[in-house]
Design a protein around this ligand. Structure first.
Ligand code: SF4
Length: 289
């Protein structure tokens, strides 16, 4: 269970599990990727071990930051597409107190991360049965494909109980990620509308996908280059979760130009820091398609 101090501050995990270093921008939600900025800084870290993990993963570009959204033409740092899998970190969760909630970083389903690395990650998660893992991706197709492949290979007939799989949906254009998630075997499926960049317009089809979702996270973009989103769009998602009885975690919102993350500072109507009840998870049909 996530520590109370983290929850109050707007964090839904306890520790980052730094397994995958490097990535590539895929959609507008990546434009201000903070992992990229952190990797760029750490490439010069005084500790040689840390430095070696982050070297040669980023480059500076005179053009758009990501080449994805077309929204920022000021230039800056971009991923160069290389990737590094930190095998040494695989058994780290075994050395932490029981009940620690790990967020798997960065995107485990990045296309250039080998199948064997994803498999090793899954088997480590199964081994660390006393911990909880959250794997959030923007590569929903590969998540579905790899998860099914690993379930087949390991002959799993039940969802891995300590692994929650999630997708980011920052604009309505990426709602297909929600569809893929609904077709992926998981003990807990969650969707992160964070950073929410546009209003999500709900259709009947989307309601159908949401019926397979166990948890929702929502929040605005943070950071110096953040793109504002109308507070009412966040309200709409929270209201929908309340109607559908889906636990919702409001991470941060922008009020009068300032980012608010502390629970007691959020508007009363947005003070939701809920988690899914793992014991009450919806039945997962491994063959859903
Ligand atoms: S998928 Fe995640 S880690 Fe990769 S570029 Fe986008 S925001 Fe950054």
């Amino acid at each position: 269970m996530t520590a109370a101090k983290n929850i109050l501050a707007g964090k839904y995990w306890d520790e980052a599990w730094y397994l995958v270093h490097g990535c590539k921008e895929v959609s507008p939600g990546c434009d201000n990727c903070w992992a990229r900025a952190a990797a760029h800084m750490r490439r010069k870290h005084p500790n040689p071990k840390i430095k070696s993990l982050y070297q040669d993963l980023t480059k500076t570009s005179p053009f758009k930051r990501s080449g994805v959204s077309g929204g920022d033409k000021r230039g800056g740092i971009v991923w160069n597409g290389k990737i590094r899998f930190n095998e040494d970190a695989l058994d780290k969760p075994l050395n932490r107190p029981s009940g620690t909630v790990f967020s798997v970083w960065n995107d485990l389903f990045y296309e250039y991360l080998g199948d064997a690395c994803v498999m090793l990650t899954f088997t480590s998660i199964i081994e660390a049965e006393r911990q909880m893992f959250l794997a959030l991706t923007k590569r929903a197709d590969r998540m579905k494909f790899m998860t099914r492949k690993i379930y087949d290979y390991l002959m799993l007939t039940e969802p891995i109980p300590n692994l929650a799989l999630g997708v980011t949906v920052e604009t309505p254009q990426y709602i297909t990620r929600l569809k893929r998630l609904s077709q992926t075997p998981a003990a807990c499926r969650f969707v992160s509308f964070e950073p929410l960049l546009q209003r999500i317009i709900w259709t009947d089809e989307m309601f159908e996908y949401m019926s397979k979702i166990d948890w929702v996270i929502v929040g605005c973009e943070t950071g110096l280059r953040r793109r504002s989103v109308d507070l009412k769009y966040i309200h709409e998602i929270v209201d929908l979760c309340n109607i559908l009885n889906i636990p919702v975690f409001v991470k941060s919102v922008e009020i009068d130009g300032k980012i608010v993350s502390q629970l007691h500072r959020l508007p009363k109507s947005l003070q939701f820091r809920q988690f899914p009840e793992l014991a009450n998870l919806k039945t997962c049909k491994l063959g859903d398609s």
